[in-house]
Structure formats: structure tokens, C-alpha cells
Write a protein that binds this ligand. Sequence first.
Ligand code: GTP
Ligand code: NAG
Ligand code: NAG
Ligand code: MG
Length: 275
Amino acid sequence: MLKGSTLQGCIESVPSAYPLTLKTIMVAVLALLLALVALYVISRKALTTRGNIYLLVGLPDGGKTTIFSALTFNQALPSHMSLQANSSNVTASSGKTVRVVDIPGHPRIRDQFREHLQDLRGIMFVVDSNSVSRNGAAVAEHLHLILDAVTSIPPSQTPPHVLIVAHKADMLKAATSSTASETAVTRVRGALERELEKRRVTQAQGVGMDGLGEEGDRVEMGGLETVSGKGPFKFTEWEGGDITFVGSFVRAGEKDDEKQQNGISALQDWIAESS
Ligand SMILES: Nc1nc2c(ncn2[C@@H]2O[C@H](COP(=O)(O)OP(=O)(O)OP(=O)(O)O)[C@@H](O)[C@H]2O)c(=O)[nH]1
Ligand SMILES: *[C@@H]1O[C@H](CO)[C@@H](O)[C@H](O)[C@H]1NC(C)=O
Ligand SMILES: *[C@@H]1O[C@H](CO)[C@@H](O)[C@H](O)[C@H]1NC(C)=O
Ligand SMILES: [Mg+2]
């Protein structure tokens, strides 16, 4: 009779155990779904915090908006002084889509670049290579602000790539556009190294600098440290990372078809490689 009662107990326990198993399965499935949703959300967040913003910065009239339209529409649209930042999604030749933000050079607006520091992947500092010998000091003052901001980015964040664009190379006298680009780069690099060295020396002497008054009471500004810890300032020795130079030009009102030389191809290659 012992055998029979065990069997009976077994049979009796089936109806109560069965719904429990179903419940367990349902809970497990629900937990799995929740885990999948959480994983999706986390991976989305990880992607967005990586940063895919490329800024166009520099003095007014340098050609930022012209480059912005060339990148966005493959076309040089006529442009006037910008009073507002603008952005667009640009697909690089690598297939990656990045967000390009054009920050006007007007002194009241140029500081808006700081709003994008967290999502920054690259900074394009646009310089008019024709006027840089004349207004090198003003260009260097603006670049100093940028380099200071870049070196102030917390180490937990990947530092942005920095590109200095020697623009309007078409206005330089040169046999070919590639030698024009080289000349533009040489000019811009030379003028900026000279002017940044002046700022570095002035700062080391503890004398106040021009142009800092607008920013408030900030006296200490970094961003010009060299690897060797001494001058003269050289871009190749910059402690904040690598700085790339390219020459460029966009001829106003011309459509950039296949036959015509693309004056911003080096800039586009840099975006593709760094994105
Ligand atoms: N020759 C020549 N002119 C250019 C080139 N790129 C831009 N320009 C002209 O330079 C002027 C200023 O260009 P913008 O693109 O408006 O300059 P910006 O840097 O956006 O100036 P802000 O918006 O004031 O900060 C315009 O008249 C352009 O047509 C170039 O490669 N070559
Ligand atoms: C801003 O950029 C968009 C492209 O993303 C363009 O269509 C629009 O005309 C630009 N606006 C201004 C004010 O330049
Ligand atoms: C660019 O892409 C973002 C999302 O990646 C989107 O929110 C935004 O509307 C897009 N902007 C334009 C001008 O297409
Ligand atoms: Mg503009």
C-alpha cells in the first residue's frame, strides 16, 4: 500500500506544481525581456556619449559657413556674417555620419563652442591664410581659447582631434593648387607659432593678456604647454595631442562636380579618418 500512496501523492501534487512551473517560466521570460531592454538603452547611451560633433570655429570672415555649405550641400553658397550657430548631418566618405556645427566668429557668439565640449570628436579651426600675417595676434588669441578648452577636458573623455584649416588657398599666388595649399599651411603655421609663443612668454611673465577681459576675471589660461616644457612654441610639441594642418579653398558660387578640383578634399579625408 505504500507504493500506491506514493503514486497517489505524486498524482495529487501534479495539478499544484504545474501552474507554479508556468509562473516560473513567465517570470523568467519577463526578466529576460527587461534585461534586453536595459541592454539596448545602455548601448544607445554608450554610442551617444562617444561624441560625433565636429565644430567649425575661427575669426569672422574666415570661411566657416562656406566650408559648412560645401560639406553639407557640395556647393559653395554665398555667405554673409553669421549671427547664429547652425548644424547639419554630414556623411563622411568612410560611411560614418557626423554632426558638423558652424559657430560664428563674432566675439559675442564664438564662446558657444563650449556647449558642445562633451560630445566633441573634432575641432576645425578655420584661418584665412591671406590675412593671417596681418591679424595673426587676433587669430592666435582665439586659438588660445580653443586650445585651453581642449586641454581642460576631463581625462575620462576622449580628447577631440584638432585640425587647423589654412583656408582661401586659392588667393595665394602658386603654380598649382597643391603648392598653394602647402604655402597656405606654411604661412598659417608660422604666423600662429610666432603669435602663440608671444602669448606663452607673456603668460609666463605673469602679465595680463589682451582679449581676456571679455571672458570675465579669468587670468590663468593653459593650453600652450609643450612636451619639453619650454619654448619656442611648436605645434609638433604641443602637449594636448596631435594637431593636423590642411590647406583648403572653396570657390564661391561654383558647384563641386567631378571634373573640378575639390578644394576641401583634405579636410573631408581628415573627417573620414578621425570619425
Ligand atoms: N577666395 C576665397 N574666398 C572665400 C573662400 N571661402 C570663403 N570665402 C569668402 O569669404 C567670405 C567669408 O566667408 P564665410 O564663410 O561667411 O565666413 P565665416 O567664417 O562663416 O564668417 P562668420 O560667420 O562671420 O564667422 C565670403 O565672402 C566667402 O565667399 C575661399 O576658399 N576662397
Ligand atoms: C542651416 O543648415 C541647414 C542644413 O543643415 C540649411 O538648410 C540652412 O539653410 C542653414 N541655415 C542657415 C540660417 O544658414
Ligand atoms: C541629424 O541627426 C539627428 C539624429 O542623429 C537628428 O535628431 C537631427 O534632426 C538631424 N538633423 C538634420 C538637419 O537632419
Ligand atoms: Mg559664418
